[in-house]
Design a protein around this ligand. Sequence first.
Ligand code: NCD
Length: 321
Amino acid sequence: MSAAAKIQLDAHGRLRHLLTTEGLGRELLTEILDTAESFVPVTRNDVKKVPLLRGRTVVNLFFEASTRTRSAFELAAHRLSADVLNIEGSSSSTTKGETLLDTLKTLESMHVDMFVIRHGESGAAEFFAEHAGDGVAILNGGDGRHAHPTQGLLDVFTIRRHKPDVAGLSVAIVGDVLHSRVARSDIHALRELGVRDIRVVGPKTLVPPELDALGVSVHHDLRAGLDGADVVMLLRLQRERMSGHYLPAGSAFHRGFGLNETTLRYAKPDALLMHPGPINRGVEIAAPVAYGDQSVILEQVSHGVAIRMAVMAMIIGAHRT
Ligand code: NCD
């Protein structure tokens, strides 16, 4: 088990931070999903607030672009009645040379309870957790290629709501697996829930060989990879993380690995079509299927708020036992 997986749990196996979906265990993972389920009605009420984090302070510290994740963490904290501070990396004093450690210590001295951090370096959230003071919790909002645990959780939450027998499903994760922290967090979460048939599908340049060690099967042919799949999880081509010549143009990628009305038929007729967003229309996904009958992409976004509420409440809220 990785260091991040170990330090996120306290001596009793409860969540202290959330850094990765690796090693959460089926019981804790199920508790998170069940707690999120209990928050779904709150997110749909006219009055969308419960007092579980009243008096607590949550800092959202985002050093990378984000629409969904940042808004969902912010809404989740507000809906739990916390005070929320939003800091964009580009406007923080890190641009003046302040280190990540000094940024943490400066904000900590204002007596905040929880940090949500998104950073381009793998391991940034773990670094924060190692240096955080007692009682300060760290949630990983995405660190480099390493992990994006709340995305992994909201993905399995969305799958479970549609197909409750999760362990028996065939799940295909398609596209730029190499650069994807979402893929890694999905794979760990699915494995913890007992899913045996996990396939990663993409061109050789975008599927790292070490994924074999996570117990997934690797496919470089879209039809074979999607054959009989219950869930098709697409990933964005992360051009901003590509320094070499990993792939040809977007249109060429779509011809080989893009999902459209024709290629979606390779999977089961009732397969769920998922994508963490943001989507690149015409590259990994064709516009008509992105919001078609099989798509649950916007449900994923919506569930993201309930999942973040659950994690926050379990770590610093009145849900903590
Ligand atoms: C993902 C991310 O930032 O890792 N998006 C998200 O958080 N929903 C995936 C991506 O950027 O492609």
